[in-house]
Design a binder for this molecule. Structure first.
Ligand code: THU
Length: 137
């Protein structure tokens, strides 16, 4: 699975987005260390707060299926009905959810949907983070 193949699965996942309020669709494709891919989209809600981001949809589906070891995630986003043209970085809540299961070897691919991608680390997105290791101190 190349990064661009994972990005393309995120682009496909975005088509499932339920976004009647923002019109902003996000797709994610999460690759496990065992080579399986779990896709996710954002799912909005009339009460706004219950909205689930694409990254968390992918993570929670994978974790429900027993997965715990993750290699990489690709994320794309943009207004539905328009071509993806900007990078879409994971929100703060999703960064913390990623931190629950991943360390700095986890790769985060962001793409403008133009067959290129940027790779960023979790430490870059969430420096000086709080995780389960802190609870054991
Ligand atoms: N969104 C995601 O799905 N992932 C992110 O990391 C950023 C934001 C969604 C939530 C909401 O449905 C829409 O994008 C606009 O904020």
């Amino acid at each position: 699975m190349t990064p661009i193949e994972l990005v393309n699965l995120a682009i496909a996942a975005r088509e499932h987005a339920y976004v009647p309020y923002s019109g902003f669709g996000v797709g994610a494709a999460l690759l496990t260390k065992g080579g399986k891919v779990y896709q996710g989209c954002n799912i909005e809600n009339a009460a706004y707060g219950p909205t689930n981001c694409a990254e968390r949809t992918a993570f929670f589906t994978a974790v429900y299926e027993g997965e715990r070891d993750f290699e990489a995630i690709a994320v794309v986003g943009g207004k539905m009905g328009q071509p993806i043209s900007e990078l879409c970085a994971p929100c703060g809540v999703c960064r913390q959810v990623i931190r629950e299961f991943c360390n700095d070897d986890f790769k985060i691919y962001l793409s403008k949907g133009d067959n290129t991608f940027e790779e960023i680390s979790l430490t870059h997105l969430l420096p000086f983070s709080f995780s389960k290791a802190d609870l054991d101190k």
